[in-house]
Design a binder for this molecule. Sequence first.
Ligand code: ZN
Ligand code: ZN
Length: 306
Amino acid sequence: MVIDQKRPSIWMLVAILQVYVWIYEVPKICKPFWTNTFANYSDETSEFILNLSVILFFLCYVAAMIPVYYFAQHPWIDQYKIQKDKPWPWLSKDEKTRNDFWKLTKRSVKFISFNIFFLVPVMSYGKIMILSKLNMGGTSFATDEESWPKPFRSFIDCIILSIIHEFGFYATHRLCHVYPFLYKYHKVHHEYKMNVAWCAQHNHPVDFILSIGGPGLLFISLYPCHSMTQFQFILWVMYANLDDHCGFSFPWSPVRWFPFAAPTDEHEFHHSKNIGCFGSKLDIYNRLLGGHEHYLKWNEKRQKAQ
Ligand SMILES: [Zn+2]
Ligand SMILES: [Zn+2]
């Protein structure tokens, strides 16, 4: 069965509920802690601390997914697997496939450790310093109670940030596929043909700076906003990135149910076939500028075959 993440269901309500909690309830919970704690730090230090929250989020998501992969053969979990025609590599009957997977996982530990524990802090610090000097973004990173945004304002800001960020990702990702001197770095990310959550950050450092750092710098330079909104947005992006690579089309995913959201299997298609689908969380640029024609044909074929 092919899972359609945009088909109305009880799971879609669960997805919507998660968005409601993230936009309306989380700021209320955070507000007292936020205004008291960050009052002791400069805007730049506060922004740096909040940027590092993505590291913890990544580690928690991967830790939560490990039991799911362990029980991946259970029929209830297996129904959401995207590449149903192939076994998970660690469960393959072929010894070489299993060994290759564990070798690749060890390689991931090295890349991921460097990217999240070194590049993320360095890039965050660099971004804050540059924007602070240019009097952009960094200096408007308010953490005070007076400028606390209304939930609807945060919601609109997150939509605008998504459109800007997605353009940055689509453009840098597409360039990485078009130009061989960039693809030689990006191909490291494509070593996974069947995704597992941690491959979300399995990137060569050059690719990581370009396709993860570049869009991040773009959105914050063009649209600086309140610290709470930035926090909500960066974790939203990290969630979408992890969801892109989890290998499952979960119908309760909070980042897939709304119009113009790209389904998880688009990025899985990108890894397994390596043709088109340059976007991530939204499919607007794939539609406007090209990139999902092959995916649409592949999707139509498998829908008919089911
Ligand atoms: Zn790619
Ligand atoms: Zn990917």
